[in-house]
Design a protein around this ligand. Sequence first.
Ligand code: SF4
Length: 269
Amino acid sequence: MAKITRRPLTKSKPTPPQRVKKSRNRPAAGQGLEKSAKKPATKLGPSRATKKSIKAIKPWTPAEVREAFSRFRKANPEPKGELEHLNPYTLLVAVVLSAQATDAGVNKATRELFRVADTPQKMLALGEERLRDYIKTIGLYRNKAKNVIALSEKLLAEFGGVVPRTRAELESLPGAGRKTANVVLNMAYGERTMAVDTHVFRVGNRTGLAPGNTPLEVELELERVIPAEFMLHAHHWLILHGRYTCLARKPRCEVCLINDLCRWPEKTV
Ligand code: SF4
């Protein structure tokens, strides 16, 4: 599991751009926080020099939070996740495969895979060895193939072949953790959950919207501050914001929709 650590905010001593090692299997949106991911810690939050000052950062007011999400909604009323899937089962498999991998890389493999295996029954008929062939371009594919076969067996044995709708049941599936459960509950079943991936974690901390030392802290804080009317899509708005605007190394503050609200002392506007 990729351990995400928060770097504190600083005004007085700007830090250089974050150094995230380039990796073919670097975490993508919705990725990197699951059971099977085993990567060294990646620093994604604000810099250490300002750890003390994080408590001094003025929290967002409810009006500011509402304003930010109103802007996200206006710019993109129906945000979509970028992991391709056909049904709740293929969504579950795609999320499990996406730990420490990019959505684009997972999609490339699953486009062919889901043509032949879009149900637990078909996945078991395909078998682990052939499954490995389909997903061998994805990092950690051997372990992931094992998990996909095991979760398919469990779905058939305990859930009638249907992807369950509760967090506890989802988290009981091999290879699935809290983030997978949140993504499935949100995208497949329309629950107002907040999956915290590397992008959401960074945006929550940098902006000061939801500071936290762990993905769970950021998740709970986001759930606390975001008005219910925005929660269905908030996860995707924040992921897309982190993926395309609030980039880890060079945030594009000049085109950021919320640059006047953001509390990051190092923002460039
Ligand atoms: S102003 Fe810059 S740091 Fe703040 S949210 Fe926007 S892109 Fe990120």
